[in-house]
Design a protein around this ligand. Structure first.
Ligand code: MTE
Length: 303
């Protein structure tokens, strides 16, 4: 995990609206000029550029394949992603084992540009493709007892060298979860592609979650089980270090990690000489859309 001192840099933030508009409307680059041409009403707000594809697909956290940022790109090809079965269990009318193909059939794939903020204090701007999680979950008809949805990701040590590693302290599989209202929020996406191509293994093929207002660790990769439950599910990083990683994982510049500040972030590409540092935004800049989900909650306690 990175330890960085905060420093003040005026940020060229994306409007929360423009950050998730269908990128087809934007043209190829999400640069200020392109946005101005397409949306004169928002022309006053500068927007960020997309993080280059080779960084999005080459600098990854996917501990199933190793601890180094380059390990997933090097080793994730060892994972088989076809066919892909998904088990649906718990508080829903329709449960069982489903082919991912059948789950996704008929759903329109949207392209959305989201900021991705890792709890380690680096960030990217990524053109994901996917379907709103709501459209996936609705198919299974969760019932009134479903207060949370839990996600389990692939455990297959024969193809995931990180799961065979003696040094791994993670109790596999990697598990995550959301409150139902978070899962049903229109920004929450099940990602199946990036940069106009099918999702590469290192980014969580064949599908992974993307919850743009939360730290990246909430967005599990290579999901094989969806479980509807009345109880708050256990989550991998919270199990490992409960005082460092909470269930919520909302991006919050005012609540530091116990070992480093969360006030700023390194926007990739970043180097030793040019860190490309900028202020971290509350809820990663999506406050207008999601702050109401947490009204009345003490966000320092529920981090
Ligand atoms: N999902 C699984 N299964 N295993 C992981 O190690 N890492 C998480 C998240 N999802 C992780 C995971 C973390 S810490 C981050 S920051 C994001 O994936 C990184 O996504 P990216 O590599 O596509 O940028």
């Amino acid at each position: 995990m990175l330890i960085k001192k905060p420093e003040k840099i005026p940020s060229t933030e994306i409007t929360s609206e423009s950050a998730y508009l269908n990128r087809r409307s934007f043209g190829k680059l999400l640069a200020a000029g392109a946005a101005m041409a397409a949306f004169p009403a928002r022309a006053a707000v500068p927007v960020d550029e997309l993080t280059p594809e080779e960084i999005v697909t080459g600098y990854n956290n996917f501990y199933e394949f190793g601890m180094d940022k380059s390990d997933p790109a090097e080793y994730a090809h060892e994972m088989t992603t076809e066919p892909w079965k998904v088990r649906v269990t718990g508080e829903a009318a329709k449960t069982g084992e489903f082919d991912l193909e059948d789950i996704l059939r008929g759903l329109e794939v949207e392209e959305r540009v989201y900021r991705l903020r890792c709890v380690e204090a680096w960030s990217m701007v990524v053109p994901w493709m996917g379907v709103p999680l709501k459209k996936v979950l609705d198919q299974f008809q969760p019932n009134g007892n479903a207060k949370y949805v839990a996600f389990e990701t692939l455990k297959r040590p024969s193809e995931m060298r990180g799961q065979r590693s003696f040094f791994s302290s993670i109790d596999w599989p990697y598990v995550e979860g959301l409150r139902m209202d978070e899962a049903y929020h229109p920004l929450t996406l099940m990602v199946t592609g990036v940069y106009g191509k099918p999702l590469p293994n290192q980014n969580g093929a064949p599908w992974r979650l993307m919850v743009p207002w939360k730290y990246g660790f909430k967005s599990g990769k290579s999901i094989v089980r969806i479980h509807f439950t009345r109880r708050q599910p256990k989550t991998t990083w919270n199990l490992l270090a409960p005082n460092e990683y909470g269930f919520y994982g909302n991006v919050n510049p005012n609540v530091d990690h116990p070992r480093w500040s969360q006030a700023t972030e390194r926007r990739l590409p970043s180097s030793l000489f040019n860190q490309n540092r900028r202020d971290t935004l509350m809820f990663n800049g999506y406050a207008e859309e999601v702050a109401s989900l947490y009204s009345g909650m003490d966000l320092a306690r529920y981090y």
